[in-house]
Ligand binder design. Structure first.
Ligand code: ZN
Length: 166
């Protein structure tokens, strides 16, 4: 969740695709489905490794290890949200088309051309692996308003939890 330092760190390369990593990916997919998200990056579950899972269109759930965007062009704006900043959406402009490479959980190289929603998803998840939240893509005024709202929510949560939780 927003505020956790793991979200601001660059995640480490995965050096070994082993059983534990596959298990992690499975758990991440469960978490993602429960939260009704389209994608989830490892830092969002507290793990600083370069891995994200996603499910978009009809391709079924997938995971990409050590993803890299090596080509990007065009511009596309969309109301974007993030499971680590729940319930908040911002108009964010990203590249319209990207080419992503990486590895699947069997260690096979993957090469994906994507546009619009799918391209946005890869850029969003890759940002997580580089320690960047979508709040950092906002302009000054939007960012201030968002931070204010996040502080207000945190205070409300504290109040609801009562003095015992402080
Ligand atoms: Zn996110």
């Amino acid at each position: 969740m927003f505020g956790d330092p793991v979200l601001k760190k660059r995640a480490d390369e995965v050096t070994d695709i082993d059983g534990r990593l596959v298990e992690l990916a499975d758990e991440m997919l469960l978490t993602m489905h429960e939260a009704q998200g389209l994608g989830l990056a490892a830092p969002q579950v507290g793990v600083g490794r370069r891995l994200f899972v996603y499910e978009i269109g009809e391709s079924g759930p997938r995971a990409i290890v050590n993803p890299v965007i090596d080509e990007a062009d065009g511009e596309w704006e969309y109301e974007e949200g993030c499971l680590s900043v729940p319930g908040m959406y911002f108009p964010i402009t990203r590249a319209k088309r990207v080419h992503v490479t990486g590895f699947d959980l069997d260690g096979n190289e993957v090469s994906i051309e994507a546009e619009d929603m799918e391209a946005k998803l890869y850029q969003h998840e890759l940002d997580h692996l580089d320690g960047r939240l979508l709040l950092e893509l906002l302009d000054e005024d939007q960012r201030k308003a968002a931070m204010k709202e996040l502080r207000r929510r945190a205070e409300m949560e504290q109040r609801e939890a009562g003095p015992a939780a402080r």
